[in-house]
Design a protein around this ligand. Structure first.
Ligand SMILES: Nc1ncnc2[nH]cnc12
Ligand SMILES: [Zn+2]
Length: 330
């Protein structure tokens, strides 16, 4: 669906399509434990977040050089542009690469190279969000922030992702305080598999401005009231929630109830190479499965630009919002 939109919850490593994985494996002499792309695709049946993460981290072995990261990001941006994305705030997981010997500079400069020419090449403005892996230590997160310092001009925010349950946001209090002192914005995954309490902690202890997922806030009416009154954006990922079994089927996703409750919902693709669709496909899917009408889809698109970190460029935000209003559904 070509409705103009911002994508705010997208892991660049989660855009690694099987074809590119095999091409990079060949180039870099990495042997994958799958015969071909078809066999690899059969592994994309997940029971929960962890079963996905195991494959997601394993496949990253093919990403080694600056060119690899630039190619990965460029391929995503081309697909996103074809689905109406005008602005993308892109997550990356530096520790997943530094832990296997790829320097953080290789990752950031490779991604940065694709991102800096994105507006010209794809018509998409971009930002980069550096995520800490919450199943690693707080010290490792601090070391990662320190190692990223020569490249901070390329990074606008920090985030928190990976295995949620058992790794509450408060574990990362110190690194978020350090990121704040460096002028970085803050988001965190919370309430995907973890309890509503993690959403509260992300707001109160880490000071995040957006919640990634936030699905489980619906179990806690008081929290919903707070998210509504403070207009905290939620970056929801409905196709991801189905594939990782947070909801049984898309038809039962609480997105309509969340919108009706007044939450500032956005719709995103999370890891589109693994979950069956990019963000335009996701808009189409929620239209079909949940019956969201055109004005509700327009609201989701409007919300995406409202929730974007575009405060330094309100003129651009206004331009994107006017494109949403002007969009004529086929
Ligand atoms: N859906 C997700 N939740 C947590 N960490 C992730 N890393 C990539 N995708 C993720
Ligand atoms: Zn995510």
């Amino acid at each position: 669906m070509h409705l103009p939109k911002a994508e705010l919850h997208l892991h660049i490593e989660g855009t690694l399509e099987p074809e590119l994985a095999f091409a990079l494996a060949g180039r870099n002499g990495v042997v994958l434990p799958y015969a071909d792309t078809e066999e690899l695709r059969t592994a994309y049946l997940f029971d929960d977040l962890q079963s996905f993460l195991d494959l997601y981290y394993a496949l990253m072995a093919v990403l080694r050089t600056e060119d690899d990261f630039a190619e990965l990001a460029d391929a995503y941006l081309a697909r996103a542009a074809a689905q109406g994305v005008r602005h993308a705030e892109i997550f990356f997981d530096p520790q997943a690469h530094t832990d296997r010997g790829v320097p953080i500079g290789t990752v950031i400069e490779g991604l940065g190279r694709a991102l800096e020419r994105s507006e010209e090449t794809h018509g998409i403005s971009t930002q980069l969000i550096m995520c800490f892996l919450r199943d690693k230590s707080a010290e490792s997160a601090l070391e990662t922030l320190e190692a990223a310092k020569p490249h901070l001009h390329r990074i606008s925010a920090v985030g928190l992702d990976s295995a949620e349950v058992g790794h509450p946001p408060a574990k990362f209090r110190e690194v978020y305080a350090a990121a704040t002192a460096l002028g970085l914005r803050k988001v965190a995954h919370a309430g995907e598999e973890g309890p509503p309490e993690y959403v509260r902690e992300a707001l109160d202890v880490l000071g995040v401005e957006r919640i990634d997922h936030g699905l489980r806030c619906m179990e806690d009416p008081e929290l919903v009231d707070r998210l509504v009154s403070e207009r905290i954006p939620l970056t929801l990922c409905p196709l991801s929630n189905v594939r990782l079994r947070a909801v049984d089927v898309l038809e039962e996703h609480p997105l309509p109830a969340m919108m009706a409750a007044g939450l500032l919902c956005t719709v995103n693709s999370d890891d589109p190479a693994y979950f069956g669709g990019y963000v335009g496909d996701t808009f189409h899917a929620v239209h079909e499965a949940l019956g969201l009408d055109r004005e509700q889809l327009r609201t989701l698109a409007r919300n995406s630009f409202e929730a974007a970190f575009l405060d330094h460029d309100e003129e651009r935000r206004a331009r994107y919002l006017s494109e949403v209003e002007a969009y004529a559904f086929d």
